[in-house]
Design a binder for this molecule. Structure first.
Ligand SMILES: [Fe+2]
Ligand SMILES: [Fe+2]
Length: 197
């Protein structure tokens, strides 16, 4: 059951107004089981970037692996490395706002600093190419007073903008899977968490 399969039991209400404690115990148990499969679902979604080049020198999965590998080899902690791995996971469904998608997925599980870094990396990454697209390369300056400005600038400089080298030997996705499992097993911020959890 720990692999994400439901219990098979169903609540009996036709509208939530009729809901009972028993109904919600069934749903809560199914939710507990489903949540255990979250890391796997996230990794499956990340794999959609495989073969998606978008004109870049390497595909978006390889870019993600290279960003995470560079962060890992530079001594970053596990949560940071997972953020690096997933920072572009939103490219599939959020092609006009991909950092927001990654941030929404990571929000319950990471620190405010790491969340800010993921959520805003798009403007900081733009420092390296916006001028070629008629955009403001200094768009990141709108965040100059943020306590997380330097963290995000460093992420883009050292790992994200640097991760397009076809000759770099990245770790495979399997290398990062246990890290993703651990980070996604410990939610810190969610309106669905009870106080004692
Ligand atoms: Fe990005
Ligand atoms: Fe990226």
């Amino acid at each position: 059951m720990a692999d994400g399969h439901a219990t098979g039991e169903r609540a009996k209400f036709r509208e939530m107004l009729e809901g009972t404690k028993e109904d919600w115990e069934i749903i809560a148990e199914n939710s507990r089981i489903f949540n255990k499969g979250l890391a796997k679902r996230v990794l499956d979604h990340l794999r959609l970037l495989d073969g998606d080049f978008g004109g870049f020198p390497i595909d978006r999965l390889q870019h993600s692996l290279q960003t995470a590998t560079r962060a890992h080899r530079d001594g970053r902690d596990e949560e940071y490395v997972v953020c690096a791995l997933l920072h572009d996971i939103g490219d599939t469904l959020g092609s006009m706002n991909h950092p927001d998608v990654a941030a929404a997925i990571l929000k319950p599980f990471v620190s405010e600093a790491n969340l800010w870094m993921v959520a805003n990396h798009g403007a900081f990454q733009g420092y390296y190419f916006f001028e070629y697209l008629g955009l403001d390369k200094n768009m990141r300056e709108q965040f100059k007073d943020s306590p997380h400005y330097q963290r995000c600038a460093e992420f883009c400089h050292k790992y994200d903008q640097a991760a397009f080298d076809p000759d770099y030997e990245s770790e495979p996705l399997e290398f990062f899977e246990p890290m993703v499992e651990r980070v996604f097993s410990k939610p810190k911020n969610s309106m669905y968490l009870r106080k004692q959890e």
